[in-house]
Design a protein around this ligand. Structure first.
Ligand code: AMP
Ligand code: ZN
Ligand code: FE
Ligand code: FE
Length: 287
């Protein structure tokens, strides 16, 4: 059996390991294919793809874009994106800037609460890639203000917590269009974070599909069996592709293992084949 993981982070965003190291771990863990899907950046892709060629792991170039969605978190993963022409990079630069503006504001809020952590230390923890809240969470953990990364989010960094600062996000239609411009496959990541009940979720997905959405992340490290079943049913009813991934972040989310879904199920390569077939049809005129 060929196993896969289509949602993985490196230290180009908020994973703890370098792209090549993540690919090495994928090899070691017996994965035939993995998608590197860092938040709002394609900076890790060249290194990961090269490592994949060296080690014999198929590395699918991806990205995870945060989209605007009041009341919940909407992340759209783009799979099989073209990242060499710089087009996507230019669009993502806006998001990187938004992040760079936000991080010091979060530190300031925490400092105002009497918490002595610094931006310099957070940057050290991030290891040179983009800084995200998980790095701030690690700084809080290291300084003893919380006893886990999750507690850092629950107490300080999560939505509506005292250290929360919102940042610019593209509307969903624009995030979908960016992925399609890069000839990628737009997939709605971890649908439960939208905080919607089944019927409104279905209606939203119908709307997103009309704007270019092609698939749902059915399998995920935090999906309950009920969620998995619902999302799988929606892919059938709405003719959408099935994707799945762990959302591995290395030591920044130590409870998540590369290649593992909550259902203990391992994802197999037939999902990748279906994605490739769809991509061949969708972009056949141009690529
Ligand atoms: P950022 O991109 O800086 O907004 O940080 C997003 C990262 O923080 C993602 O990896 C999320 O999974 C993680 N994250 C966001 N909210 C929470 C939360 N409430 N609990 C744990 N992790 C979270
Ligand atoms: Zn992340
Ligand atoms: Fe996400
Ligand atoms: Fe992710």
């Amino acid at each position: 059996m060929k196993y896969i993981d289509l949602h993985v982070h490196s230290n180009a965003s908020d994973g703890s390991y370098a792209p090549a190291e993540v690919v090495r771990q994928a090899k070691e863990g017996g994965l035939a294919a993995m998608a590197l899907t860092d938040h709002d950046t394609v900076d890790g892709l060249a290194e990961a793809v090269a490592a994949g060629q060296r080690l014999g792991v198929e590395v699918i170039p991806g990205v995870e874009i945060s989209a605007r969605f009041p009341g919940g978190t909407m992340h759209i993963v783009g799979l099989f994106i073209e990242y060499h022409d710089g087009l996507l990079d230019a669009r993502l630069a806006v998001l990187k800037q938004a992040r760079n503006d936000r991080n010091p504001q979060i530190i300031k809020k925490l400092n105002d609460l009497g918490i002595a952590i610094t931006m310099a230390r957070v940057e050290e923890i991030s290891g040179g890639g983009q800084v995200g809240r998980p790095h701030i969470a690690r700084a809080l953990l290291e300084a003893g203000y919380v006893s886990s990364i999750q507690e850092a989010f629950d107490k300080y960094l999560g939505f509506q917590r005292p250290g929360y600062v919102s940042k610019f996000r593209f509307p969903p239609a624009e995030a979908l269009a960016m992925i399609k411009e890069a000839k990628g496959i737009p997939v709605l990541a971890h649908p439960f974070t939208l905080n919607l009940a089944a019927i409104p979720l279905k209606n939203l997905i119908i709307e997103l599909k009309a704007q270019g959405l092609a698939g749902l992340e059915v399998f995920y490290s935090e999906h309950t069996p009920e969620q998995e079943a619902l999302y799988l049913k929606l892919t059938r009813e709405l003719d959408l592709l099935v994707s799945g991934g762990s959302d591995y972040h290395g030591q920044n989310k130590p409870e998540i293992t590369l290649g593992s879904m909550a259902s203990q199920k391992k994802l197999t390569y037939d999902l990748v084949e279906a994605l490739k077939a769809w991509r061949g049809r969708a972009y056949s005129a141009t690529s």
